[in-house]
Design a protein around this ligand. Structure first.
Ligand SMILES: Cc1cc2nc3c(=O)[nH]c(=O)nc-3n(C[C@H](O)[C@H](O)[C@H](O)COP(=O)(O)OP(=O)(O)OC[C@H]3O[C@@H](n4cnc5c(N)ncnc54)[C@H](O)[C@@H]3O)c2cc1C
Length: 201
């Protein structure tokens, strides 16, 4: 797949005739010979920053969500401090987070419960943690769960709700969000055996 081609075409000032006629920027790709995929996006679409009220809400978010020189909790109990620690409480915060990231040329670390990391005394960058604990049954064999849900609590929840397959992964420390990154495993079972997909925010 030619990603450079995609970006070049997407950002080029050239406006394709189909795009112009239909007012649909996706048509620029198709007219240039690229393929596109359409998917259903289940989450609420975050609002943009279009009005002075939106801007104020973004400024408030940044003020509230950012902790400077915050201590990072981790299993090894290393006293570690981050230049910035940002906690994401909902998907609606992501626009503001994006603005913050593009305005700060800092390295970024997404942290779960800190049970598989050795942190430095001082992390000279931005640490992002999520506080997303929603859990919902999609079908009688599919569940969606927020990234900060504690993994072992999720295994218990799955057993209480007659979802089977995670038993061997019981009591593994950490968060749901880290589980696909680490492909956690125990007693012959790995997450990849039951994992379907991950929403990358
Ligand atoms: C006593 C002990 C026993 C353990 N036993 C097992 C075991 O049996 N099997 C096993 O597989 N592991 C085991 N582990 C390792 C650990 O439990 C897993 O690696 C776990 O997935 C770490 O989760 P965490 O939330 O603490 O992740 P963290 O340590 O915070 O992060 C681990 C990695 O995942 C990334 N990450 C975390 N959250 C997210 C997110 N939301 N989005 C994107 N990236 C993210 C981080 O950037 C980092 O690279 C054990 C650890 C301990 C301390």
């Amino acid at each position: 797949m030619d990603y450079c081609g995609y970006f070049f075409t997407y950002f080029s000032p050239y406006c394709a005739s189909l795009e112009e006629a239909e007012k649909l920027e996706q048509l620029r790709f198709i007219e240039n010979g690229f393929t596109i995929q359409a998917s259903i996006y289940n989450a609420e679409i975050p609002s943009g920053i279009d009005t002075p009220e939106d801007l104020q809400s973004a400024i408030n978010f940044i003020k509230n969500a950012i902790n400077k020189n915050a201590t990072l909790i981790n299993s090894l109990a290393i006293k570690s401090i981050a230049k910035y620690l940002i906690t994401i409480e909902s998907e609606q915060c992501l626009d503001e987070l994006y603005l913050f990231l593009i305005n700060h040329n800092d390295k970024v670390l997404v942290l779960g419960e800190g049970s598989n990391v050795v942190l430095p005394d001082y992390f000279d960058g931005i640490v992002i943690k999520t506080n997303l604990n929603d859990i919902a049954m999609l079908t009688d064999s599919k569940v969606t769960v927020g990234s900060s849900f504690n993994w072992s609590s999720f295994v218990n929840w799955s057993l209480d709700n007659n979802f089977h397959g995670l038993e061997n992964l019981s009591l593994i420390p950490g968060s749901v969000g880290a589980s696909p990154i680490q492909n956690i495993g125990a007693y012959g079972v790995e997450l990849k055996d039951v994992f379907v997909s991950c929403a990358f925010l």
